[in-house]
Design a protein around this ligand. Structure first.
Ligand SMILES: [Mg+2]
Length: 385
């Protein structure tokens, strides 16, 4: 209260604005913010988590900035925002508040080196549409290459229908600048073959092979490869976990290392995104700063300001960023490693009996649901929920 009084007395606005308006003005510049995981926090599959709506509405009411950060992907941020809005029945979530595993790849479009990219993974050609939306100029998918020359992957599982619906004509002689793994591979054998071909090609030209002896550092592939997340397995209806993109990364590295006879201490160079990696948390921090500016100014339609990939925010308006998640290995570990506060919930993968074995412990505590967690943090920061 003293701090507010001092502000009130000193402020040049004090004669023009009553106290309640001043307090509202102060809140426009919240010095703390939230980042929510989606699955197991706000929704579970296609079903809502009952407390999500009131938790988000209390933040909207108090103009506390928040964004959502998920290791999922394969769709546009707009679609993910609409899905979460529909399922939780909360006020409209803006696509600029959504960071999916591949969202930081947007930042690559600031670098003119990456004009023509191979995008791997996802249903149909959804990932191609996402990459175009991010601003990549020419997006090739494995299905295009197989359609252009079936000998590339003679045992592929693509149907005539798939080729008609999803493939686009490509010039195989034109170099590809980078490989972006957007999501779990669908036709894994084609993806493995095409990715290896390009990693070992001459400057990204399909059907060529560089001489590894002429390469200064054999761990450096012919063109860069980026994985949007490192999740080794994921859960579905089957009783055992299924392999995800992290397993594809291991296959990719193993084959590359074997092909190029690398020493056991050497490994294919790649970039891995998603939680719990620093790159993802730094990108999300930029998004949060940008979103905070937008809600402060009331202009949520203006263009998002993007960092370069891997850029750390030089200045932040936030004293604290609270990561709210259900997964100690991704949500909590990432927050712990990168200086954020962390809140663990019981509505997803974490169970109390796991406490002794979890890789990272939450700095704020464990809560039954997202509403309890938000109320606690708001109270701790002097905001009534
Ligand atoms: Mg989760």
């Amino acid at each position: 209260m003293n701090a507010v009084r001092r502000f009130h007395l000193r402020s040049p606005w004090s004669s023009r604005f009553p106290y309640s308006q001043l307090r509202a003005a102060r809140r426009l510049k919240s010095d703390f913010a939230f980042v929510f995981d989606i699955d197991g926090v706000l929704i579970r599959g296609k079903k809502p988590i009952a407390e999500a709506r009131s938790a988000l509405e209390s933040l909207n009411k108090n103009k506390i900035p928040y964004i959502l950060m998920t290791n999922g992907g394969g769709v546009l941020e707009r679609e993910k925002a609409n899905e979460v809005t529909r399922i939780t029945n909360c006020s409209k979530i803006n696509p600029l508040q959504v960071v999916q595993s591949h969202t930081p790849m947007k930042a690559l479009t600031r670098d003119k080196k990456f004009q023509r990219v191979l995008v791997v993974g996802g249903d149909g050609d959804n990932s191609r549409q996402v990459a175009y939306e991010y601003g990549f100029k020419d997006v090739v998918m494995p299905i295009d290459i197989v359609k252009a020359n079936k000998s590339v992957s003679p045992h592929c599982m693509y149907t005539t229908h798939d080729f008609e619906l999803y493939a686009k004509p490509v010039d195989l002689d034109k170099p590809i600048d980078a490989i972006l793994v957007f999501n779990d591979p669908r036709d894994m054998s084609s993806d493995i073959q095409i990715v290896q071909d390009l990693l070992n090609s001459q400057n990204g030209v399909c059907g060529t092979k560089r001489s590894i002896k002429s390469v200064a550092d054999p761990t450096e592939p012919s063109i860069p490869i980026l994985f949007s997340n490192n999740d080794y397995v994921y859960a579905n209806d089957f009783p055992l976990p299924r392999f995800g993109q992290g397993a594809f990364r291991i296959i990719t590295e193993t084959l590359y290392n074997h092909t190029n006879k690398l020493e056991p201490s050497q490994n294919l160079q790649s970039l891995i995104m998603g939680k719990p990696f620093k790159l993802q948390y730094d990108f999300a921090h930029h998004v949060l700063i940008d979103w905070n500016e937008k809600i402060s100014s009331g202009d949520t339609e203006s263009q998002q300001i993007l960092p370069y990939l891997g850029e750390v925010p030089e200045q932040t308006p936030f004293k604290k960023i609270y990561m709210v998640g259900d997964n100690p290995e991704s949500d909590i570990k990432g927050a712990h490693d990168h200086g954020w506060e962390s809140v663990l919930l019981r509505t997803g993968v974490y169970k109390d009996e796991d406490w002794d074995d979890i890789i990272a412990r939450p700095s704020v505590g464990v809560f039954d649901n997202v509403e309890d967690a938000v109320k606690h943090v708001l109270r701790a920061n002097g905001v009534s929920a």
